[in-house]
Ligand binder design. Structure first.
Ligand SMILES: [Cu+2]
Length: 213
């Protein structure tokens, strides 16, 4: 009776739970690893994993008499290895997912030195730059208009927090640390642009409009 219960109820339940936990561990670990390593390596890692799984399947198919203990042990070892990789990756942190986009912008079409990486930190605001002044959390000075064409956009951050200056619909992105200044040179088409600070939570009080003419 006790044995029957074990065989008919307990074992299937345990197997199911084990399967679910195993799949969860595999999925989480793989995603951690793939998000941490560089993009090219991620592709290779995924391919290698797929090849590994395929190899095991072929092995098992070719040798049906392989003992279930050996197979189980192999699975557990693989699972532990994967978990370790996942934990290490989770601690290393995710790679900057916007890295690729920034690099593209730099060399891409119409490369006019747009502010891909938050502009250059500068010691002094370049002469003739259209300058925004920020404190926490507002722009205390912002040009109402800028001449169209090539312009230097600067952010003079006098606050105690990092702030950015982003234009909607134009490739303007300047980022200045607390108490620092940054500038970027861009080419602007005539129009009215909404600018804001894209630090989460800042836009509510750090937004405005500037006309390019
Ligand atoms: Cu801000």
């Amino acid at each position: 009776m006790d044995n029957d219960f074990r065989r008919n109820v307990l074992t299937p339940i345990l197997m199911l739970v084990g399967l679910v936990v195993g799949v969860a561990i595999v999925a989480i670990s793989i995603s951690r690893v793939l998000l941490t390593v560089p993009e090219t390596v991620a592709t290779f890692t995924a391919l290698a994993l797929a090849a590994y799984v395929l190899a095991i399947a072929v092995l098992v198919g070719a040798r049906p008499r392989i003992s279930s203990q050996a197979l189980g042990a192999g699975l557990v070892v693989g699972l532990i290895a994967l978990m370790s990789a996942g934990v290490i990756s989770a601690q290393a942190g995710m790679r900057d997912l916007h890295e690729g986009e920034a690099a593209e912008g730099e060399g891409g079409e119409g490369a006019e030195g747009e502010g891909d990486e938050g502009g250059e930190a500068v010691e002094e605001i370049p002469e003739g730059a259209a300058t925004w002044v920020s404190v926490d959390n507002e722009f205390t000075a912002a040009p109402e208009s800028i001449p169209a064409g090539e312009a230097t956009i600067a952010l003079d951050n006098q606050g105690n927090l990092l702030h950015t200056l982003v234009f909607e619909g134009a490739d303007v992105f300047v980022e200045a640390d607390a108490g620092a200044q940054a500038a970027t040179t861009v080419t602007l088409e005539p129009g009215t642009y909404t600018f804001f600070c894209d630090v989460p939570g800042h836009r509510a009080t750090m937004e405005g409009e500037v006309t390019v003419e």
